[in-house]
Write a protein that binds this ligand. Sequence first.
Ligand SMILES: Nc1ncnc2c1ncn2[C@@H]1O[C@H](COP(=O)(O)OP(=O)(O)O)[C@@H](O)[C@H]1O
Ligand SMILES: [Mg+2]
Length: 239
Amino acid sequence: MVITVFSPKGGVGKTTLALTLAKVLGETNKVCVLECDFSPGDFVSLLDLDKEKNIVNACLGDYRACLQKPQGEKFDVIVGGFPDMQESLKYADVERLIDSLSSEYDYVLIDLQPQVSEATVPALLKADRVLFVLEDDISAVSRTVGIIEYLKLHGFLDVSKACAVVNKVKGKGKYITAVDLGIPVIYSIPYLQRLSEYKDKKMIRHAKNLKDAFFEVKKEKSLLRRLLNGFKRVEQKDK
Ligand SMILES: Nc1ncnc2c1ncn2[C@@H]1O[C@H](COP(=O)(O)OP(=O)(O)O)[C@@H](O)[C@H]1O
Ligand SMILES: [Mg+2]
């Protein structure tokens, strides 16, 4: 299963959530996190990894040689690239890498950069689920609404696969409750004082809840789909 963590804005918690989810899912599953970020990303410094084993070399060479396991973790990662590297990747290169990873791992989590480009669109189109991360402020909410419209218009996003998590919530929901994102908001994570890193116990607890909420939505959807299919079958019989 490919889960892409995305937001049109930086600093909302994508990387933190992708890594905490990897830690939680990695307890019982084979997990790889692909940092699809050319800004460059944060994995190299955050996890103390080799920057040469990056997404570009994984796409253009042997991806297995680019897999790295952060110290003390059970999951693998492929680190992001640098701004000038993005143009060397075509859609099909990244698509092939995602296909290879998803055939080898139970879960492929993609930490996707905010900017949409040829090299990053496969992370949206190959995803089984796209998790939008946003904060409850006017800029994050309006940008999220805007990017969902844009992605839909260009056929880059299947909204039935998308859901949202609100992060760094302080107090009651404000903007998020007033706006219809067009996708379900499945969980809220409070602003955690002195959050040190993705391994933080409180963050892990929230990631576990998020994981439960995440698969719950899917179950509800498939139940709904089953019911609708049931109706369709009855209709067809009646004809
Ligand atoms: N729930 C939270 N409460 C407080 N700080 C958070 C929370 N989630 C993430 N952060 C912090 O916000 C900053 C940006 O997070 P990051 O995951 O790097 O965002 P992004 O990948 O979207 O740019 C980091 O310093 C991270 O520790
Ligand atoms: Mg990030």
